[in-house]
Design a protein around this ligand. Structure first.
Ligand SMILES: [Zn+2]
Length: 247
């Protein structure tokens, strides 16, 4: 057994574990995403409702102003009625008054309708605001959970990095550099076992002559296909589990 190979195998395990940890914090959890989406949607809906309410309030205020004007005109016209004696003018004025009353009724109806609409929209908005509060509570909780999770993962990663450093320091520079280079190019796996003539890094057969050489275990070899450092599995993994597959 070559000490450097033993250490590289150990290093590879740690590196894969670090990769796994990094992956686990790279993606925002579904629950958090869902809460965020819900919050944004609710905010948007509330916004739309508030704008609609505002528009209707404006319309209502305008109608109320118009109503006041119409009522003022009605009063003035009614006052004039007492001063007129000629029956023709009187009739005209009466008709005018009727028209004004009609207009006033229509305005009042419109204002009532608007008030009703505003009330309904406000209810709907308040309902959504309640929902928003709940979603925001969930969002806060999920955010905290995820932050805590990330902290734990980072602590775990830190301790692995420390362990990694200790091991790496003991490996010969050349072979370590080769491992690092391949690991970066090949999805995090720089060293692979060979069993039954197959490289477990790329799952291709190594040439028979190389396979025979490999079993002598007297120097470093690389897979002719994936260029990973290879070793004869049965020498190094007697009772150990196989390395995790490349992901
Ligand atoms: Zn290979």
């Amino acid at each position: 057994m070559q000490e450097d190979i033993v250490r590289l195998i150990e290093l590879q395990k740690i590196d894969l574990e670090i990769l796994r940890l990094e992956k686990s914090v790279a993606e925002v959890p579904q629950a958090l995403k869902k809460a965020k989406k819900e919050r944004d949607l609710l905010k948007e809906k509330i916004n739309v409702l508030e704008k609609a309410i505002e528009e209707k309030e404006k319309q209502k205020n305008l109608f109320e102003e118009e109503l006041k004007e119409e009522q003022k005109r009605l009063k003035q016209t009614q006052a004039r009625l007492t001063q007129i004696r000629g029956s023709r003018d009187y009739q005209i004025l009466l008709r005018e008054i009727d028209e004004m009353k009609k207009t006033i009724r229509i305005k009042e109806d419109e204002i009532l309708k608007l008030m009703e609409e505003i009330e309904n929209l406000s209810k709907e908005r308040d309902n959504l605001k309640n929902q928003l509060e709940k979603v925001q509570a969930v969002l806060e909780e999920e955010t905290k959970k995820f932050e805590k999770f990330c902290e734990e993962i980072n602590a775990e990663k830190e301790s692995l990095l420390k362990k990694r450093k200790e091991i790496a320091e003991k490996i010969s520079g050349g072979i370590l550099r080769k491992y690092e280079l391949i690991r970066q190019k090949k999805g995090g796996v720089g060293i692979a076992a060979v069993e039954n003539g197959v490289c477990e890094g790329c799952f291709m057969s190594v040439p028979p002559q190389l396979y025979n050489e490999l079993q002598k275990d007297n120097r470093f070899y690389e897979c002719p296909h994936c260029k990973r450092i290879i070793y004869f599995k049965r020498i190094y993994h007697k009772e150990e589990e196989a390395l995790p597959e490349e992901s």
